[in-house]
Design a binder for this molecule. Structure first.
Ligand SMILES: Nc1nc2c(ncn2[C@@H]2O[C@H](COP(=O)(O)OP(=O)(O)OP(=O)(O)O)[C@@H](O)[C@H]2O)c(=O)[nH]1
Ligand SMILES: [Mg+2]
Length: 341
């Protein structure tokens, strides 16, 4: 503050009157930035000639001395946020919600609240939770009253596609008593087929291994009377365009619910690439796995918003069949936000 006052005096003379001083933190790339000091002063030009003045400020008006240190990076909108909202923003970013997304969510939240409530942290938080829940579109649980359901699971390697299929197969076959069949097109590794076969044997559901798109069609025809057919695919690196094109040839012309399976442990920037690359296969659902392996769940929201398709299931552990849930937007919003009030 002393430095700011000295700066004012050196520019406008020692008779400059200090009208107001304040300090505040500015927001610097979402983190608390350096403290900024603001000195509002005035001087009487008739009393003493200006010593150094090189801009067009009218000497009669009170003038603002620039802050002594740092740059003001706050956008006009951000600067309107109350301290409570600023703090909330920092907490969201601390929970690994990308800054851009956190800002978007807060702006949306504030736009739905009267300005008088912007400093009421509970009101803001409740509204924010509702906004987040709204962005996590979910779907009704499967019902088998209509036609047969064919569901394909696609996604990067090791995210839990096969395990998720085993969980679903066990739940629907054993608990729900539906007729379930499994098909795998993951024939790249012997172990992959064995993994699914082991589950199929335990759950007592049939499994077909498809080595070609024709095999896949034949297997689907064979299982035409089943309520539910779950199709496993080999994990694809989002960098392997060739593998994804191959998978596309398998799925062409098949009417299926296609789940993009993403792990909650994925890095945010990788989510963008995964969604982009797998969009070639037109997934119409997202399933997020391994919620138990991270405490920052922003990936769930980020993936849903990027993929622009509903979230169907989330999985919460290695246990088959118990560690799977039908996605619930409100519960997930609470999980994503934590109690950041
Ligand atoms: N902690 C945790 N582990 C999980 C979850 N789902 C799957 N896994 C584990 O993740 C590992 C990989 O699971 P898989 O089901 O083989 O994954 P995948 O996507 O089929 O893998 P690829 O077929 O190789 O692409 C296994 O050790 C699973 O037990 C989950 O929700 N939480
Ligand atoms: Mg697998």
């Amino acid at each position: 503050m002393q430095e700011a006052v000295e700066k004012l005096r050196s520019e406008f003379g020692s008779d400059a009157v200090i009208l107001h001083t304040s300090h505040k933190r500015r927001w610097f790339f979402g983190k608390i930035g350096p403290r900024h000091y603001e000195v509002l002063g005035a001087h009487d030009p008739d009393n003493q000639p200006r010593r150094r003045r090189n801009n067009a400020v009218n000497g009669e008006a009170p003038l603002r001395a620039p802050a002594a240190a740092g740059q003001d990076t706050a956008s006009p909108e951000r600067s309107e946020w109350s301290e409570a909202v600023q703090a909330l923003y920092v907490k969201l970013v601390g929970r690994d919600i990308p800054k851009e997304l956190a800002q978007k969510l807060i702006k949306e939240t504030l736009s739905e609240l009267p300005k008088a409530e912007w400093s009421n942290v509970n009101k803001v938080w409740d509204r924010l939770a509702a906004v987040v829940a709204r962005h996590i579109t979910t779907v009704e649980p499967w019902d088998f009253s209509g036609e047969q359901k064919i569901v394909v699971f696609i996604g990067p390697t090791g995210v839990g596609k096969t395990t998720t299929i085993a969980k679903l197969a066990a739940n629907f076959a054993l608990v729900d008593e539906r007729s379930v069949a499994l098909i795998t097109v993951d024939t790249y590794r012997i172990a992959a087929v064995d993994q699914l076969r082991t589950y199929a044997d335990i759950i007592a559901v049939p499994l077909e291994v498809a080595y070609s798109p024709q095999d896949l069609r034949a297997a689907l025809a064979k299982f035409k009377d089943k309520d539910l057919i779950l199709i496993d695919t080999a994990g694809r690196s989002q960098h392997s365009h060739l593998q994804i094109a191959e998978l596309k040839s398998y799925l062409e012309g098949i009417e299926a619910e296609k789940h993009l399976v993403v792990s909650a442990t994925t890095k945010m920037r990788d989510v963008d690439e995964i969604v982009r690359i797998f969009s070639q296969l037109s997934p119409n659902r997202v399933t997020v796995t391994k919620l138990d392996e991270t405490s920052s769940h922003g990936v769930i929201l980020h993936t849903c918003m990027r993929a622009e398709v509903p979230l169907a299931f989330v999985t919460t552990g290695q246990g088959v069949p118990e560690d799977i849930e039908v996605a619930d937007g409100e519960r997930l919003a609470q999980l994503i936000l934590g109690d950041v009030r």
